[in-house]
Design a binder for this molecule. Structure first.
Ligand SMILES: [Ca+2]
Ligand SMILES: [Ca+2]
Length: 109
């Protein structure tokens, strides 16, 4: 069932021709949760300045809550305190990725 969905997807996207590198890239991104987390982090940085602002965090939180309804609300200050591992007062894409990895799927604790 999934295979057919992927075949249909690729047929539409690539005229049925799937390059080996494309295939490997997709397989890797499907298998790695960190890619999913990084995707979210990169999308969250809407103005692409490399750091997550309060407004960007707020819209990301909405997105993550749609993905995981049990996720609790969190203030931007708490988020920065948790995610800012190099203590420069800002959350960059790497720190954001790590934070999403730590927080996704563990909301019940
Ligand atoms: Ca930003
Ligand atoms: Ca930082």
């Amino acid at each position: 069932m999934q295979v057919q969905a992927y075949q249909a997807y690729w047929a539409e996207k690539c005229d049925g021709k799937l390059g080996l590198q494309d295939f490997i890239d997709s397989a890797v991104s499907i298998c790695k949760t960190s890619t999913y987390a990084r995707d979210y982090a990169i999308k969250a940085d809407k103005n692409q300045d490399g750091v997550i602002s309060a407004a960007e965090f707020a819209s990301l939180l909405e997105l993550l809550k749609a993905h995981d309804p049990n996720l609790k609300d969190k203030s931007f200050e708490d988020f920065v305190a948790e995610a800012d591992t190099n203590n420069d007062g800002q959350v960059d894409i790497d720190e954001m990725t790590e934070w999403i990895e730590k927080n996704s799927g563990k909301s019940e604790q």
